[in-house]
Design a protein around this ligand. Structure first.
Ligand SMILES: [Zn+2]
Length: 347
């Protein structure tokens, strides 16, 4: 009797394991289940490092990332400079309050503001676009952004300090939010003042696959809605020694905990973004708006602080190069999205 019981238990356990294996969500090729595991660990590490950035708009030391690509931003990351003798491309303008410290960083690196020919903004929030108007005035560069960011950028952001950032254009000055407007997403809480930015005139609207050229520099823009209406990622190549490296700056992953609360998060658009991840492979150097997501930051010993990680990158650029980082994060994001979608569907 006891033996029968054990056999039945074993049979049930085996069936359960089999069913689990059948229903586990796998990423689509070329991403693998192993990459998903690594990606989950990296995402957790990235979140942990993010907690250490207590003053995101605080000053940071600028440094060369690789070849003709430089970091010129603040402690949260935000600003990169791709240079050439015929002019530079600036990625991100940074916080309004940090405009002068970013300008000093560019000069410290030995570059002139007036040689910047294009300012590419990945989305309309204050951390990325706060100093756009200042940088445009100082450089005379053309400002470019995803087409649906433009109403926000040209209106300017002036939300109260510490306010949640709504996924909708701010109401006209002097008026409240319209009736029936989508509610602000409390998960998108920004540091005080983070969403304040003066209006800036945008010179070029970017659409998916658009190519931006400055002298010999070529940057491809990919529109990846979610965090904002047309968050934009950038793909380009940098050269160091006699090798080319593919760089991808991604903006910005939004987790669809509840699709109804993110005006720009839809199943279709997230699927588009996941396909873009495949399209840009392989990625040698992975950048995000935040320094906590860089391949260079994540590809280091596990217990280092953000300060130690940044110091290491200033001294040694080898941690930047790891194609597994972006592939793993992408694989984990795809699986996480499918899992959450399944949960939403099951309700
Ligand atoms: Zn943002």
């Amino acid at each position: 009797m006891r033996r029968n019981f054990l056999l039945t238990a074993l049979l049930i356990a085996t069936c359960w394991a089999f069913i689990q294996a059948q229903t586990a969500i796998l990423p689509k090729p070329p991403f693998t289940a192993r990459a998903v595991e690594l990606g989950k660990q990296l995402a957790a590490k990235s979140l942990e490092i993010r907690q250490q950035i207590t003053n995101p708009s605080g000053p940071a030391e600028p440094f060369k990332i690789m070849g003709n690509l430089y970091f010129a931003g603040v402690s949260n990351g935000e600003v990169y400079l791709l240079t050439s003798p015929q002019g530079h491309v600036m990625f991100g303008a940074g916080y309004a309050v940090a405009a002068e410290s970013v300008e000093k960083n560019i000069e410290k690196l030995g570059f002139k503001m007036t040689d910047i020919k294009a300012i590419l903004l990945n989305h309309n929030h204050g951390d990325q676009s706060g100093a756009a108007s200042y940088m445009k005035k100082k450089s005379g560069a053309a400002v470019m952004a995803g087409f649906a960011e433009i109403p926000f950028l040209e209106h300017g952001g002036a939300l109260p300090a510490g306010a949640a950032v709504p996924n909708i254009p701010p109401a006209p000055r002097g008026q409240g939010q319209g009736q029936g407007a989508p509610q602000p997403n409390p998960n998108q809480f920004q540091p005080a003042g983070a969403n304040q930015y003066p209006p800036v005139k945008v010179d070029r609207a970017l659409f998916d696959g658009d190519v931006i050229k400055v002298g010999p520099l070529t940057v491809t823009a990919y529109l990846m809605p979610g965090h904002s209406a047309s968050s934009t990622s950038f793909l380009y190549t940098v050269r160091e020694g006699n090798r080319d490296y593919r760089v991808f700056e991604f903006c910005c992953w939004e987790y669809p905990e509840d699709l109804s609360r993110g005006a720009y998060i839809t199943e279709a658009s997230v699927r588009h973004n996941l396909e873009t991840f495949r399209k840009v492979l392989p990625v040698d150097i992975y950048l995000e708006t935040g320094a906590y997501g860089w391949s260079g930051t994540l590809n280091q010993a596990p217990n280092l602080t953000i300060t130690e990680r940044m110091a290491k990158l200033r001294a040694d650029n080898r941690p930047w190069l790891n194609r597994d980082i972006f592939a793993a994060l992408s694989a984990a994001r795809e699986v996480e999205f499918e899992e959450k979608l399944q949960k939403i569907g099951a309700r």
